[in-house]
Design a protein around this ligand. Sequence first.
Ligand SMILES: Cc1cc2nc3c(=O)[nH]c(=O)nc-3n(C[C@H](O)[C@H](O)[C@H](O)COP(=O)(O)OP(=O)(O)OC[C@H]3O[C@@H](n4cnc5c(N)ncnc54)[C@H](O)[C@@H]3O)c2cc1C
Length: 525
Amino acid sequence: MIDRLSAREPFDILVIGGGATGLGCAVDSASRGCRTALLEAHDFAKGASSRSTKLVHGGVRYLQQGNIALVLEALRERGTLCRNAPHLVGDLAFVVPRYKWWEGPFYGVGLKMYDALARDRQIAPSQILDRAETLAEIPNVEPDQLIGGVRYHDAQFDDARMALGLARTAADLNAVVANHVRVVDLVKESGQITGVAAIDAETGRELRVNAKVVINATGAFADRIRHLDEPTASAATLPSQGVHLVLDRSFQPSDSAIMVPRTDDGRVLFVIPWHDRVLIGTTDTPMPEPSVEPRALPEEVDFILENAGRYLDHDPRGEDVLSVFAGLRPLVQAEGNDEETKKISREHTVLVSASGLLTIIGGKWTTYRKMAQDAVDNALAVGGLGELPCSTESLPIHGWMERTHPDFPEESTLQPYGSDCGELRALESEDPSLAEPLDPQLPYRGSHVVYAARHEMARTCEDALARRTRSLLLDARASMNAAPRATALLAAELGRDAAWCEAEVARYRDLASGYLLWNSKTQSG
Ligand SMILES: Cc1cc2nc3c(=O)[nH]c(=O)nc-3n(C[C@H](O)[C@H](O)[C@H](O)COP(=O)(O)OP(=O)(O)OC[C@H]3O[C@@H](n4cnc5c(N)ncnc54)[C@H](O)[C@@H]3O)c2cc1C
């Protein structure tokens, strides 16, 4: 990829940012036949796109806010994603527990409306549950004064693995997708943008990449790129932080999730089984400045623990937290809007500057494909590239495999590899030591790291443990223990020496210590 960038290959469309939005744009652009490049400063999905709640959903809370158009668009995209990436997206049942008599009809009617809007026969309809059924479905729910529940269905995914699926889909379509390459400037001729200047982080070398159109898909960092173009441009994004705590599976031992539509301060609380752990979240805290490694604030952690304790029988405590992670939602800043961020729309916006910089912000993971379609439609017009139809609604994502296929893996951490699973199994047959777990507490093996280096552009220990595998999120301390072996496996693949290994392990452990609860609290406190 770097060779192709260095060769000064001319591109039609260049995308800055390798999160959901940028990768979606690269797939869309390449699938329309445009010569496409994508540059990511860190790693694919390093930002919000690996730190989400992992739901592919219409957004029950947007229904509460009366934003039917957004719910309809997201439900349609949910159906598209289930078809195009069945290996990455699976059904998940949610139960809303009922403690007051009116909650049955209230949530029941709302969720029937959600079913009707979805018109998706692949996903089961909602249902009212009595107390016994509710306790059977979500055994750790607070039983005191529980009347029953309402069950509805949405979809769940592994966000960083989806990002890798998109990166590989774009590469399969001949796009250049490069991680660890930061855009540092925009290049202009006669006032029009003709490309970017970028730095390859591994060598420090500057690269000049020419393109007819540049798309800024840098999420919470979008205004920084806009300011390279127009230093006085007013802010278009408002980063809002969301935090999740990861707990042992015993806190939600069944396959269903718990959804609390309205906590004390009006937020939604999710308790979700994911890769044999439980995610609890989230928060919505406006942040004045974006950060590459956002950290949970003590009050966010306290809020989640307190509210989870209210709805769970076995209350989680600080010492139960295996990992805490924070992400920044790149919300669209409505002019003059000083409302709380949880009320600001998640809808997306495309901005085009006088010099032709196209910025796409907002939206959510679920709607990445539609966002990309809108961005590339606009890019074709800006770059005079003609009318090329979008085909991503029926484009399979790399690794496509039906869940009913006899070879579809049972292990949830293997499922996102889809049809590539055989390659991981082959690595383990060739070298049985690669079948050993990276750590007894983690569901990942040596084969995952070797595969990540050979086929998924993993360049650092963090790439392998945070996003190719989700070790950092599943158990931060266990991932720190796994770092030396993961790094040694990477070094053998990438031809690195002992000094590199030592520095990588130290760097990774420093990063991962920020995902331990007590450290996260002291760092931000
Ligand atoms: C807590 C939380 C929970 C969420 N839950 C859900 C959910 O359950 N379902 C859902 O659908 N959505 C969810 N979302 C929303 C979703 O995660 C985001 O909308 C989406 O990931 C945004 O993607 P993005 O590509 O726009 O931004 P990002 O993922 O942040 O990507 C931007 C990328 O740009 C790169 N970049 C920045 N500057 C440069 C530069 N100079 N050069 C090159 N690259 C650069 C960054 O490194 C980063 O990788 C959630 C978000 C948060 C924060």
